[in-house]
Design a protein around this ligand. Structure first.
Ligand SMILES: *Cc1c(COP(=O)(O)O)cnc(C)c1O
Length: 366
């Protein structure tokens, strides 16, 4: 491979992409349009009202810069709104194009190719993907029998990144405080706690862990505006860590990741619209408890959930999913999930959306 022979060290064009990218399938859930989509855990209540006004104004000539000009580099206004929502310093916050982007940036910032990424199974389906695109070894540690994370199993690979999700997608179960303490005390590298559904787990969104992340140099907590805040299409997420962690993730993320319209709508949703968000979350929790009671009445064993969805073990998830779909309702099937087996994850929402479809669930699941 001498420089005199430039042709000899050329990598074939077909090998230029990272090896870990080649076998990676595209995320294509193959969802045909459906009347009522209860498959993705988004807020089914419509737009937060103040955020809706900003959206409506975006077409007005005076608001053109919202669309035509670049956004701020690091979304400073949004950081301030997040900081006051959680009661943390703004310098501990990093934002991104959805929390997927924040997770990706954090994984990249705190690992090098060849390290491993440990996560529970089942959990958020993006984790295996995040490991592979970053050339890390994915290590899936089945949940414990009580559906808490299995700390010893998660720590076994001595991974540079350990991810847990609380409430966990798709089980809806919380990671116990003891498990979080165990991970933080013994992990080799960074511990990420994904709190995408925090707003449904407690009235105030339980910011304790985010606050702890501002001083624990091993903890990074991520959250999103895609679920309780009703802005999935605007792609806004964030993470909280020490100032050092936040700035490392931010360097990895790069500038201009949150659009202007997205930032303004997110700020509105986190300030003026907070009462709306909290009221919606409370309603969904009530709907969830009634829905779970009815499922139990059918003889099913739904997993007790702290999120805006419920995972119901069934004999044949693919069959249940296609029978529901044939009746206009989309849900997310899981086949042979670790610890759970086959199950269907059903997103919940306001009573006006969910109550009318109960007869469909009763017919298919009974
Ligand atoms: C939905 C979800 C997210 C949100 O992803 P965004 O990129 O912010 O839309 C993150 N983590 C989990 C576990 C989720 O279920």
């Amino acid at each position: 491979m001498s420089p005199a022979d430039p042709e000899l060290d050329r990598i074939p064009a077909s090998d230029l992409a990272r090896a870990s990218y080649r076998e990676l399938p595209f995320y294509e859930p193959g969802r045909a349009p459906v009347e009522l989509d209860l498959s993705d855990n988004t807020n089914l209540a419509g737009l937060p009202p103040t955020a809706a006004k900003i959206l409506a104004s975006a077409g007005a000539p005076a608001a053109a810069p919202l669309v035509t000009r670049y956004p701020s580099l690091w979304a400073g206004d949004l950081k301030e709104a997040i900081a006051s929502y959680l009661g943390v310093p703004a310098r501990c916050v990093v934002t991104g194009c959805g929390s997927d982007d924040v997770l990706d940036a954090a994984v990249r910032a705190f690992s090098v190719p060849g390290d491993s990424l440990a996560f529970p199974a089942p959990t958020f389906s993006m984790l295996d993907h995040l490991a592979r695109v970053n050339a890390l070894e994915p290590y899936a540690a089945p949940l414990a029998a009580d559906l808490d994370v299995d700390v010893d199993l998660l720590l076994a690979p001595r991974a540079r990144i350990t991810y847990v999700c609380s409430p966990n997608n798709p089980t809806g179960t919380l990671v116990s405080p003891a498990a979080v303490d165990g991970l933080l005390a013994r992990a080799r590298g960074l511990v990420i706690v994904d709190e995408a559904y925090a707003e449904y787990a407690a009235d105030d969104g339980a910011p304790e862990l985010a606050r702890r992340a501002t001083t624990d140099g091993r903890l990074f907590v991520t959250r999103t505006l895609s679920k309780a805040f009703g802005l999935a299409g605007m792609r806004v997420g964030y993470g909280v860590g020490t100032p050092e962690i936040a700035s490392a993730v931010e360097k990895s993320r790069g500038p201009y990741k949150v659009g202007r319209l997205s930032e303004q709508m997110a700020v509105a949703a986190m300030t003026d619209d907070l009462p709306w968000v909290r009221e919606q979350a409370r309603e969904v929790v009530g709907v969830r408890e009634r829905f779970v009671a009815k499922l139990t009445g059918l003889g099913l064993r739904p997993i007790p959930s702290r999120a805006n969805f419920v995972l119901v073990p069934v004999d044949d998830a693919a069959r249940v999913a296609s029978e529901l779909r044939a009746r206009g309702v989309g849900i997310r099937p899981f086949a042979r999930a670790a610890r759970v087996g086959d199950g269907v994850r059903i997103s919940l929402g306001p009573a006006v959306v969910i109550d009318p479809v109960w007869p469909v669930f009763a017919e298919v699941l009974a």
